[in-house]
Unconditional design. Structure first.
Length: 116
């Protein structure tokens, strides 16, 4: 009965279903595939940013720590700020070409998205 902690089930009413499994909402961490198996998309975005351009990297699959590390690497090499969350990296400014070449040199499969 390990992992059957009553504190995780507070607020749950008794169930008569013998096959009932309470979902605590905890998800397993997805293992990060190698860069060659990732397909990333690089694009420019201006929406909801006060008219300022940002470079978006979308399509990352894996652990949040690996996403943050990749975002930190891109921001450092471009010399700007940004953020990394929800499978998306935001680099402040128009660095589409530079981010594209950095990701290609790291071994990622990268495609440019959008006409810019």
């Amino acid at each position: 009965m390990a992992g059957n902690d009553w504190k995780d089930r507070l607020g749950v009413v008794y169930s008569t279903n013998t096959n009932f499994q309470y979902d605590t909402g905890v998800q397993e961490e997805v293992e990060t595939p190698s860069p060659e198996r990732q397909k990333l998309y690089v694009s420019l975005d201006r929406r909801n940013r006060g008219g300022k351009q940002v470079t978006l990297v979308e399509g990352f699959v894996g652990r949040d720590e690996d996403l943050v590390d990749l975002g930190r690497t891109l921001k450092t090499k471009c010399g700007v700020g940004g953020s990394a969350k929800d499978g998306e990296i935001i680099v402040q400014g128009d660095f589409k070409e530079k981010v594209f070449t950095i990701l290609c040199s790291m071994g990622y499969v990268v495609k440019k998205k959008g006409g810019n």
